[in-house]
Design a protein around this ligand. Sequence first.
Ligand code: FAD
Length: 400
Amino acid sequence: MEQELIYKKIAVIGCGASGGLVSLLLAKNPYNIVTSFDIKEPFSTLLPTGGGRCNITYAENDIRDFVKNYPRGEKFLLSVFSKFDQSKTRQLFKDLGIKTYVQDDKRVFPISNSSAKTIQTLKEHLKVSNFNLKKEKVIEIRQNKNNFEIKTENAIYNFDYVILAAGGRDNGFKLAKRLGHKIIETKPSLCALDIREKNFYKLSGLSFYNAIITTKINNKKIEVDGGLLFAHKFITGPAVFKISALTAYEKFNEQNPLEINVKITEYTQDEIESVIKNNTKKSIKNVFSKFTSESYISEMLSINKIDGSKQIAQLRKQEKEVLLKALFGLKLNVIKRIPDSEIVTAGGIDLNEVNSKTMESKIVKNLYCIGEILNIDGYTGGFNLQNCWSCAYICSLNFN
Ligand SMILES: Cc1cc2nc3c(=O)[nH]c(=O)nc-3n(C[C@H](O)[C@H](O)[C@H](O)COP(=O)(O)OP(=O)(O)OC[C@H]3O[C@@H](n4cnc5c(N)ncnc54)[C@H](O)[C@@H]3O)c2cc1C
């Protein structure tokens, strides 16, 4: 007797990083009938990533170290990455026709160095008869006894399974909440920050590649490292983003700023003392510019009214202290996050309500939640996309 063929009707809400990849993987199985809802083109949210180069992931093999880059979601992702980590992701991308390479800083990019080309290649895989894109915004999802009802601005559709991949910026949280999920309060993360010390904005364009920023949150000292850039009206860069991620739920403003201390030089105090000792006849400005950028030292000399043309031998004890402080502990007061500068959203669907082995909701059977809609966010460096790829892959395994 011929066996009855069972087709699975699957709706994917959102066709960005996670929704696009899961759609592509599901559509490889002809018994899956995949419909993705998105008003945007598939994968278009990848376009600005990595500055237009698509920073796909980060080449760290030890998943315990990898997950330390997620202020929220660390434990959940340990389970997720134990099944599908960055190296498997790179292999998957290679199989899909996107070879990658590792930059010196361990960030992984496609060899094309182009988000647009990456999107183009990924989209090719969606050109199959069992994938269908509906350019409609989903307004409501309802679970009936035997299926789901999806309401858009245009129509109502029925599906057996729903995958929520609506990201962190749209109404996905509302859809999840209506289905019974708890949403951890959402906040902008990876933001540029405004500081009280406006005179530093004169240094616009000045960057430090290996700054170390320390601050205190609830009396706990935190330390992060990475690039810091003074822009026209804000500070930004990987180290600043890390601070913004770790303080995503903290309140700070003009009256109650977040004090940060920045180590700007890569020299140790002993090395600096030795250079000073051996260059007593040289100018203060010349000698101190060896330890960091010249424009920064000029500004520090000007702010502190120190004559940089004097010889090092004439540098007074108090002046030396000021300059050392500028190198090892520049104090800045953060007064606000720059509106709409966030790269990701902190908060989202409570991870206690999602099975990390399958991505299935523990609240609603046959509903799956993947990507940034979950209460997961990482630092810059490819960590946010890795969350999306791994969740999408694991989710797809349920429909093999
Ligand atoms: C400027 C910028 C640069 C970035 N660079 C990097 C980087 O280099 N590396 C990195 O790892 N991460 C980066 N990120 C973060 C990364 O892009 C996101 O974390 C990732 O795209 C999230 O994927 P997602 O699938 O969860 O959601 P998204 O990719 O945001 O996709 C969600 C999709 O769902 C659709 N949608 C939402 N609601 C509905 C609805 N109701 N109905 C229909 N469709 C809906 C949206 O239109 C969207 O297309 C960057 C982000 C930004 C903003």
